[in-house]
Design a protein around this ligand. Structure first.
Ligand SMILES: Cc1cc2nc3c(=O)[nH]c(=O)nc-3n(C[C@H](O)[C@H](O)[C@H](O)COP(=O)(O)OP(=O)(O)OC[C@H]3O[C@@H](n4cnc5c(N)ncnc54)[C@H](O)[C@@H]3O)c2cc1C
Ligand code: SF4
Length: 332
C-alpha cells in the first residue's frame, strides 16, 4: 500500500477564504479527493498545502432558469446522476463513473479537472523509476511518442465530452474576479499540465445552455460495467428542426490530452434527416478523424474500431427525438 504524504489541509468556509489560501505558492484544491489523493500517493504532484472544499458554503446546488442550467462545482456525481433538472445524457454519463462509493464524494468540478492518465505514469514511484521517468513526471522523454516533445496522456473523464457537445461553460473565480470560459477551452492539449487554469483559480460553477431543439447521448467503452475508467468516451449532440439537422457535434475522450471535437461534420449532416445514410457517413468521418494512442491498457486497434460503433449507437439514441420533435434537451 502506498502512503499518502503528509500535507496541511485547510477548510475555508467562503470563496474569499478559499481564494486567499489558494494564492499561497504550491497550494492545491481538494474536492472529493478521489483523483488527487491516489495521484499524490503515487508521487504525482507535491502540493505545499491542500485547500478542501468540504465546508465551503454554496456551490452544491443544481438550478435552472429559462436559458440555462447551473451546477455548483461541489455537486457530487451521485447527485448529478439523479437530478431531473439535467439532460438525460449528463445524468447517464455521471451514473457510469467509477462506483457508488466514489460517486457519493466525487464532484463535477473534480471530474472536469481530472488529471490525464497513462499506463506509464499511473504507477508507483518505484515502477516509474525502473522504466525511466517521462515528461509528465520528472523526466525528459515520452514512452508513447519517443520523438514527441509533448505528453499525450489521455483525457479520461466521462463528463467533459458530453459537456463540450452541449456547449457548456464554466465560471472560474480568482482574486481578480470571475471569468466564464467554454468547457472546450478548459484543456491545454499538453497531458503534463492538462488544465488551462491558473493555480489560484477556483472552478465555482458549470453552466449548461438550455436548448429545446437539441438531443444528446453518451456512450462509454470499458471492460467491466463498474469502476473502470473509459477506454473511449463518445458524446453526440444534434440540434434539429422539422426533422432536419441544424448542427451535429461529436466529442470523444481517451484519444489524447484533451477531449476531441470532430470537425467536418456540418457538410455531412446539416440540412439532412438523421437517417441511416447520414449516421453512417458521420461514423465513418469520426473513424477517420480519431486516432487513439497506445497509452491506455487495451488494444489500440480494438479501441479505434469501436469508434464508429459507439458513434452509431449514440446517434441511434437521439434519432427518434430528432425525427419527431426536432429535439429534446432531456430536462424535465
Ligand atoms: C477506482 C476509480 C475509478 C474511477 N473511475 C472513473 C471513471 O470511470 N470515469 C471518470 O471520469 N473518473 C473516474 N475516476 C476518477 C474520479 O473519481 C472522478 O473523475 C471524480 O469526479 C473526481 O472528482 P473529485 O471531486 O474526487 O476530484 P479531486 O480528486 O478532489 O480533484 C481532481 C482535480 O481537480 C482539482 N479540483 C477539484 N475541484 C476543483 C475546483 N472546484 N476548482 C479548482 N480545482 C479543482 C483538484 O485540485 C485536482 O487537481 C475514478 C477514480 C477511481 C479511484
Ligand atoms: S504520454 Fe508519454 S509523457 Fe505522457 S505520461 Fe505517458 S509516457 Fe509520460
Amino acid at each position: 500500500m502506498l502512503p499518502l504524504p503528509s500535507c496541511a489541509v485547510s477548510f475555508p468556509e467562503t470563496i474569499e477564504q478559499a481564494l486567499e489560501l489558494l494564492s499561497r505558492p504550491g497550494a492545491r484544491v481538494v474536492a472529493g479527493g478521489t483523483d488527487l489523493l491516489p495521484n499524490l500517493k503515487r508521487g504525482l504532484g507535491r502540493p505545499s498545502a491542500l485547500v478542501s472544499l468540504a465546508r465551503l458554503s454554496g456551490l452544491d446546488a443544481v438550478a435552472r432558469d429559462e436559458h440555462e442550467l447551473r451546477v455548483g462545482a461541489r455537486v457530487t456525481l451521485a447527485e448529478l446522476a439523479r437530478s431531473s433538472l439535467l439532460p438525460a445524457s449528463v445524468r447517464y454519463a455521471a451514473s457510469l463513473i467509477a462506483s457508488p462509493q466514489i460517486r457519493n464524494v466525487a464532484t463535477i468540478g473534480g471530474n472536469l479537472l481530472l488529471d490525464t492518465r497513462c499506463v506509464y505514469v499511473n504507477q508507483s514511484p518505484l515502477w516509474r523509476e525502473g522504466l525511466g521517468h517521462c515528461l509528465k513526471a520528472d523526466g525528459t522523454e515520452c514512452h508513447v511518442v519517443p520523438t514527441g516533445k509533448r505528453c499525450v496522456a489521455a483525457a479520461s473523464a466521462d463528463l467533459p465530452p458530453i459537456l463540450v457537445a452541449l456547449g457548456a461553460s464554466v465560471r472560474v473565480a480568482s482574486k481578480d474576479g470571475v471569468r466564464t470560459i467554454p468547457v472546450e477551452r478548459l484543456f491545454s492539449n499538453d497531458g503534463a499540465a492538462p488544465i488551462a487554469l491558473g493555480p489560484a483559480e477556483l472552478l465555482v460553477e458549470v453552466v449548461i445552455p438550455r436548448a429545446p431543439g437539441t438531443s444528446s447521448a453518451y456512450r462509454k467503452l470499458r471492460v467491466r460495467k463498474a469502476i473502470d475508467f473509459p477506454l473511449l468516451g463518445v458524446a453526440v449532440a444534434v440540434d434539429a428542426e422539422g426533422g432536419l439537422v441544424r448542427a451535429l457535434r461529436v466529442v470523444a475522450s481517451c484519444i489524447g490530452a484533451t477531449p476531441r471535437k470532430v470537425s467536418g461534420l456540418d457538410s455531412i449532416a446539416v440540412g439532412k434527416p438523421l437517417d441511416d445514410a447520414t449516421i453512417e457517413a458521420v461514423a465513418e468521418r469520426c473513424h477517420g478523424a480519431l486516432h487513439p494512442q497506445t497509452n491506455i491498457a487495451a488494444d489500440v486497434g480494438w479501441r479505434r474500431a469501436m469508434i464508429p460503433l459507439l458513434v452509431t449507437e449514440a446517434l441511434h439514441d437521439v434519432r427518434d427525438a430528432v425525427r419527431t420533435r426536432g429535439g429534446d434537451d432531456g430536462t424535465a
